[in-house]
Write a new protein. Structure first.
Lengths: 421, 145
């Protein structure tokens, strides 16, 4: 049995827990202290920002929790962004889940706004210009956002989730545990890409597949990936991280030579001990791609992109591929993104091109957690390993996985098209 | 053969009942239907089994940070596990259990065992969890202290 030591609180933190700073802070502190016990922390540290995932409606408990906080006059103490809601608040007609669910989803957002959270409504808060920097301690929820901010930006967050995220925002502090500790950020596993694996990674679907493999291999360790091309984009790292978080709870990875805490393998692994090494070959990536499909290649009902939320650069690429592919779109084609990115592509004049081609842009929510698709139980093609991983259970969806280009070509053909052998 | 182990109580409490030991880690969010308690992740080896009324034993944590909400909602509806025994700490489940206690007064003790001890509990059909973290083979009534 491991003994749990008492957490040493500063005077301010102790006042929070005792109720001297109000009932709202006290309730938040009770959750933070329980979290600290679970993570074997000895002290709490301040955080500068929070990202809250609890705004997606999971049932009455979601609403009861936010009401428990608002009824105690709780208020966030630091800038706090919101993850996706249950419906598209800007285009509410896109939601097919019924009036009661829409009302419940909206009420929950209102509760979080009352706590002082910002209505960003995105799972990709790292796509904002004002984003956390290297070494900054923050409290983020949403598995893809957590893995991105730790890995690609080098800010430090443990895995917060519903309830603990907003508790950290209200308390302004978190247990000093998990990936807040520099030593926990060192790689415990080296994943070496075989040259044949790298050679096979010719489109964007490969990084999702690699993420899936890395997640399965990680087993609680921070993986350091060796051999990723130096020009791997943030969009690619987003897809990789989201997939690794889905298949293996990966909250941080290093891409040696690419991510900020891994200029070289020695820095990524630190000096203590020799981490385990595994090799990933092209066959493993192929198997991972195949494992994502729950339907055979053939006719499709829909294409869903934007999980995690599409970036401006991904819209640029979509626009280019749509321009190169003779249309029109034969199936429902939906892209999920944030309201901030929607505003940018509207300003750039891209939205009109994309909508004219037959694409629906969904904001504030995501097609794999919300009733948006006309036939969620139909066959949907996606370039997102995360969508493919979760939608079969969430929506009873049938899934085909492929690159962005294959998704576009398939949407035009109404059936799966593979542009490479 | 070992019939009693001592766990670290991450969320203290007592319970007794059948053990549902998962063959693989499970994300409650996306993996369990909060309206029925059934495991719905199609790729999971325990697909179709129900977490309600069981001491849920999981070798490691996995998946979405929304699992706290799903656990709280399951417990609100009376479809949650009686308790949770983990081979690795999982803060997300701890928070779900703590919030369910704050909001609804429902107890769902969460116990942490090392990997070796976890493997022993995973073979038990029934178990009893006590306030101090003692886990005993068999569903005897918890002692009232």
């Amino acid at each position: 049995m491991t003994h749990i030591a008492e957490i040493e609180l500063t005077d301010e933190q102790a006042d929070g827990l005792s109720g001297r700073r109000g009932r709202g802070v006290q309730r938040a502190m009770r959750i933070i202290v329980a979290l600290g016990r679970a993570s074997d922390a000895r002290r709490l540290i301040p955080v500068s920002r929070a990202h809250v995932d609890g705004v997606l409606y999971h049932g009455q408990a979601s609403q009861d929790f936010v009401a428990w906080l608002t009824s105690a006059d709780a208020h966030v103490a630091i800038p706090t962004t919101l993850n996706v809601a249950s419906l598209d608040l800007l285009h509410p007609w896109l939601f097919r889940g019924g009036e009661a669910a829409a009302t419940a989803g909206r009420r929950l957002v209102d509760g979080y706004l009352q706590l002082g959270c910002l209505p960003t409504m995105t799972c990709a808060p790292y796509q904002d210009e004002d984003r956390p920097g290297l070494g900054e301690d923050i409290a983020w929820a949403e598995s893809n956002a957590i893995v991105f901010v730790n890995s690609v930006l080098g800010a430090r967050t443990a895995r917060y989730g519903d309830f603990s995220d907003v508790a950290a925002a209200i308390a302004g502090c978190v247990p000093y545990a998990g990936l807040h500790r520099p030593e926990a950020r060192l790689a415990g596993l080296v994943v070496e890409l075989d040259p044949d694996a790298v050679a096979s990674m010719t489109d964007d679907s490969a990084l999702g597949a690699l993420g899936l493999v890395v997640g399965e291999l990680a087993a609680g360790r921070v993986p350091a990936i060796v051999g990723l091309p130096a020009d791997t984009t943030e969009d690619g790292l987003k897809a990789l991280g989201a997939a690794a978080a889905s298949s293996g709870s990966v909250a941080m990875f290093h891409a040696v030579g690419i991510t900020p805490e891994a200029p070289d393998l020695e820095t990524a692994t630190g000096r203590a001990g020799e981490p385990a090494r595994v090799r990933v070959d092209a066959a493993m990536l192929r198997r991972a791609q195949t494992s994502l499909a729950t339907a055979p290649d053939g006719p499709i009902d829909a294409v869903a992109l934007g999980t995690p939320h599409f970036s401006v650069s991904e819209f640029d690429r979509l626009r280019a591929v749509l321009g190169e592919t003779p249309g029109p779109v034969q199936v429902e084609f939906s892209v999920s993104t944030s309201r901030a990115v929607l505003a940018q592509i509207t300003r750039l004049g891209w939205l009109e091109d994309i909508e004219t081609a037959g694409v629906t842009v969904v904001t504030d929510t995501c097609t794999y957690v919300s009733r948006i698709l006309r036939d969620p139980g139909g066959i949907t093609m996606t370039n997102s390993a995360k969508w493919a991983f979760y939608a079969p259970a969430n929506l009873d969806a049938h899934v085909v996985y492929g690159s962005l280009r294959d998704c576009v070509e398939s949407a035009m053909a109404g059936t799966v098209v593979r542009t490479r052998a | 053969m070992t019939s009693q182990l001592v766990a670290t109580p991450l969320v203290p409490g007592r319970t007794a009942g059948p053990v549902l030991a998962l063959a693989q880690p499970l994300s409650l969010w996306g993996g369990v239907d909060p309206a029925s308690g059934l495991i719905v992740e199609p790729r999971h080896p325990d697909h179709g089994r129900c977490v309600a009324g069981h001491i849920l034993a999981m070798p490691a944590s996995r998946g979405s940070s929304s699992s706290s909400s799903v656990l709280a909602e399951l417990l609100r509806c009376g479809l949650g596990p009686l308790g949770i025994v983990l081979g690795e700490s999982d803060e997300i489940l701890v928070v779900g259990a703590v919030v369910a206690h704050e909001l609804y007064g429902v107890d769902c003790p969460v116990m942490l065992l090392g990997r070796d001890d976890y493997a022993i509990v995973a073979t038990w059909r029934t178990a009893t969890v006590d306030l101090d973290g003692t886990i005993t083979r068999g569903a005897v009534r918890p002692t009232i202290s």
